[in-house]
Design a protein around this ligand. Structure first.
Ligand code: FEO
Length: 404
């Protein structure tokens, strides 16, 4: 991959990460992820955000800096928008290689730089409205964007070119190959990044949705020509598209507007599984789209992405040792952390000696303000009357979320 000039003396310096690791140690990235840094050249040379030495990232970055006529040792100022190690992991090594490096970051990043990388000298805290004139007509303006994605996060705006370096905000999963800008994507690529934006948002950012809306309000006064996030493609033809996508995704926290159902199920010996096909058919007969995930066979990352946009959720799981089947307890813990709130819910499942799943289900979801219809539980194998009762409930749920 080559360095790509995105505006006058502004370059994208990016690393594509493959699929062999989990992002944040949790989330699968079957189509990889990009980590984007940006080089801004004035009289001084600035790098905005860094990488972790992960899957050849450093080699990719070094090669592109050379394309752009510099090197990590030639950087005067490093802007750290966000301290998470996917953007700072190589910081201690860079500082050793470039001891005069000046680091600009938010006030809250200062103790983190010390804690993570033991660096205290030449660290300059900045806050909303502060700016850095680097000569050559280039001025960087900083804006705090707390909790998008960590409390210390900020974004940086270059005034002469109108480029917003937004770090995690407006990002997505997925490698970025030769088509880097929104206006270069094929229809298939655009669809791919839409899906990976949803999954990235649901997995990484969803917990902080109220802060996303505040950050969008903050940057909406800027004359943005290009949105340059630290993951995914860049937006220059229609930056407002990704801003509005993020505004909509943030609103799903409490108001999922898509009249879909996400159905997550698990089964031990087939007694809960027996109801899966009748439930899917029942929802489809009501003309409602249903997204189906079996756990633990499918990673919660994908179920969470579908659940984030769905107004209705159905859970099918048996009781296991007086509580929920453990992989489903994990799903609900993730949904709680991600604030999948205000959904309409139906739950069903079998039990052996005794129930218990429903009690734990209610306890684990108490903070999510879910509107639950009457569950269906049974001992052993479901008879026809039980299946009919569950089908009736699934249909009722489907009708309750239908907009037309
Ligand atoms: Fe891409 Fe929150 O780091």
């Amino acid at each position: 991959m080559k360095a790509i000039q995105i505006a006058d003396n502004v370059f994208r310096i990016a690393a594509n990460i493959g699929d062999k690791d989990l992002f944040e140690g949790i989330w699968p990235i079957p189509d990889g992820v990009s980590i984007n840094s940006y080089l801004v050249k004035g009289e001084k040379t600035v790098l905005i955000d860094l990488v972790k030495d992960w899957d050849n990232a450093l080699e990719q970055v070094n090669g592109q800096l050379a394309d752009a006529g510099t090197s990590l040792g030639g950087i005067d100022y490093l802007i750290i928008n966000h301290m998470e190690p996917d953007h700072t992991g190589w910081l201690a090594d860079m500082k050793k290689q470039n001891p005069e490096l000046k680091i600009y970051c938010s006030k809250k990043s200062v103790p983190l730089i010390k804690a993570f990388y033991k660096i205290e000298d030449n660290v300059f805290p900045v806050g909303s409205g502060d700016s850095l004139d680097i000569g050559g007509g280039k001025t960087l303006i900083f804006e705090d964007a707390p909790n998008v994605h960590w409390p210390e996060t900020m974004v940086t705006y270059e005034k002469s070119t109108g480029v917003l370096f937004s770090c995690d905000a407006f990002g997505s999963f997925g490698r970025v190959e030769e088509h880097v800008f929104d206006d270069e994507l094929t229809a298939e690529e655009a669809e791919f990044y839409d899906k990976e934006t949803l999954r990235y948002y649901a997995n990484i950012v969803s917990t902080f949705s109220s802060f996303v809306l505040k950050a969008i309000d903050k940057v909406s006064g800027l004359d943005i020509k290009v949105i340059a996030p630290s993951h995914g493609i860049l937006w220059r033809k229609n930056p407002s598209k990704i801003i509005e996508d993020y505004r909509r995704l943030a609103s799903y926290n409490t108001n999922p507007e898509e009249d879909e159902i996400t159905f997550i199920w698990s089964s031990m010996y087939g007694n809960t599984e027996k109801l899966v096909e009748p439930i899917i058919r029942a929802v489809e007969e009501e003309g409602v789209k249903i997204n189906v995930h079996r756990v633990p066979q499918t990673h919660v990352s994908f179920a969470l992405a579908d659940a984030w946009k769905s107004a209705g959720l159905i859970f099918g799981m048996p009781t296991y040792e007086y509580r929920m089947f453990p992989p489903m307890a994990y799903v609900l813990d993730i949904f709680d952390r991600s604030h999948v709130m205000n959904r309409k819910i139906f739950r069903f499942g079998s039990f052996g000696w005794s129930g218990g799943a429903q009690k734990q289900f209610q306890e684990l979801t108490v903070n999510l303000k879910w509107e639950c219809i009457e569950p269906v539980e049974w001992q052993g194998a479901a008879d026809e009357e039980t299946i009919a009762r569950a089908v009736k409930q699934a249909k009722a749920l489907a009708r309750s979320i239908k907009k037309s």
